[in-house]
Design a protein. Structure first.
Length: 201
């Protein structure tokens, strides 16, 4: 696993054989934010409804007076790091290969986890939605199982916070998964190059 500060590297195979690869069609920055914000809000609403049905209270970001704002900022940054590490674990060799890159683009304030080698389309779908299932849906399942007990009551606020904050972070992942599912055939192979997704049969 490598760590990178700055832009996502280009793939030499895509650069040398551009006629073999097709770029996935979708909005680029900053136009992507037009879709990200309503998607994030929709995910937040849906997760709040699920938590409410499970017996927990509502929690929107910044809904309450936050007396420990520094603590919550640290928790939010920690969720981002764990979110990207979970992406990386889904790649070949559980993300331990040097072909797996975790990085941060300061110009877009965006963290990313990419694999610098072709992977299958279904593997990419798995990697894309994995953090949402583990950090947003699994805490809800844990609360449903233990919510009526003492442990569940202690953990409920923390689980809810992690679930909702990661749900917001997963908005781009969910949009990306939809685009991959709709545009790329199941038998295709995929690679990342310069922040874009390319595929070929």
């Amino acid at each position: 696993m490598q760590f990178r500060w700055g832009v996502i590297p280009t793939d030499p195979d895509v650069q040398s054989n551009p006629q073999e690869w097709r770029a996935i069609q979708g909005p680029d920055f900053p136009g992507l934010f037009v879709y990200l914000f309503p998607t994030a809000f929709g995910v937040l609403i849906c997760l709040n409804i699920l938590w409410l049905l499970a017996g927990a209270g509502l929690l929107f970001p910044l809904q309450r007076p936050w007396n420990h704002i520094f603590t919550h900022v640290v928790l939010f940054l920690t969720i981002i790091i764990i979110h990207e590490l979970i992406h990386a674990i889904g790649y070949p060799d559980r993300g331990l290969s040097r072909k797996t890159i975790i990085g941060f683009r300061p110009d877009l304030l965006m963290a990313y986890a990419h694999h610098y080698s072709p992977i299958s389309r279904n593997r990419l779908l798995f990697v894309t939605i994995l953090p949402f299932f583990i950090l947003s849906l699994l805490p809800l399942v844990i609360f449903v199982i233990f919510g009526s007990g003492f442990l569940g009551q202690i953990l409920s606020t923390g689980l809810l916070f992690v679930s909702l904050m990661n749900g917001v972070l997963s908005a781009g992942d969910l949009l990306g998964a939809i685009m991959v599912f709709r545009q790329i055939p199941p038998s295709a192979i995929i690679c990342f190059s310069g922040g874009k997704v390319y595929w070929k049969l």
